[in-house]
Design a protein around this ligand. Structure first.
Ligand code: URA
Length: 221
């Protein structure tokens, strides 16, 4: 009872001064702002129902990511391929087998303190390169995943993930071996497992990257 007159008075003054009460935040927030407010479950649902770029029309399903949503390690690849599109999980084809072996070599296992995701949640037709509009549409989802997981370290796998997350056109060779950052999270660049399947000699470099990542993680704990 006692507060009501004060509230009315304030409203009255605002109206007199010509100010208009702002509409509710949700009504004015951009698409990206809305995504960056979602909790984990809502984010998953939003991705599952996303038709904001043309990729959803040609893929079988969205591939959100897999693993421990409180993981210290976050691995980011490019986009689902044929097997991932079929099964709804990232890195389940040949490249995924190599990735699992790479993780095992540093004492990690898919789903155990590791989260694996991609820049794009939908498979580009014929595994073509992602287009800028597709990356722009999908990037807020990855950013929100990272914000919610709060990994200690991101491993960007391959040119596409590295260049997208670091907003650069620099080569993998020039980005390897240094500590970068994305969204406030330390980030290390390494080769994509699919590339390593075609370029076996570079496995030694990837192994060096993994050891660098382990040392970095030890320093971050
Ligand atoms: N390549 C990627 O970049 N991501 C996958 O999920 C599978 C293959």
């Amino acid at each position: 009872m006692g507060l009501a007159p004060v509230w009315r008075l304030r409203r009255g003054r605002a109206a007199q001064a010509g100010t208009v009460a702002p509409p509710p935040a949700a009504a004015t927030a951009s698409r990206e702002q809305q995504i960056l407010r979602l909790d984990w479950d809502s984010l998953q649902s939003r991705v599952a129902g996303c038709t904001d770029c043309k990729l959803r029309a040609s893929c079988s399903q969205t591939v959100f990511g897999v693993g421990d949503a409180r993981a210290e390690w976050m691995l980011v690849g490019e986009a689902p391929g044929a097997e991932e599109d079929r099964l709804g999980e990232p890195f389940v084809g040949q490249a995924g087998k190599l990735l699992d072996n790479m993780l095992a070599a540093i004492g990690l296992r898919r789903g155990d303190n590791v989260y694996i995701g991609n820049v794009l949640k939908c498979r580009p037709p014929g595994n073509r390169n992602p287009e800028p509009a597709e990356v722009a549409a999908c990037s807020p989802y990855l950013l929100r995943q990272i914000e919610l997981i709060q990994p200690k370290l991101i491993l960007a796998m391959g040119r596409f993930a590295a260049q997208t997350l670091l907003s650069t056109e620099a080569t993998i060779a020039s980005l390897r071996g240094a500590l970068h950052g994305y969204a406030g999270v330390p980030l290390i660049v390494t080769y994509h497992p699919a590339y390593l399947l075609r370029n076996l000699p570079d496995k030694a470099k990837a192994w060096a990257d993994l050891r660098f990542a382990v040392r970095t993680m030890e320093g971050l704990r």
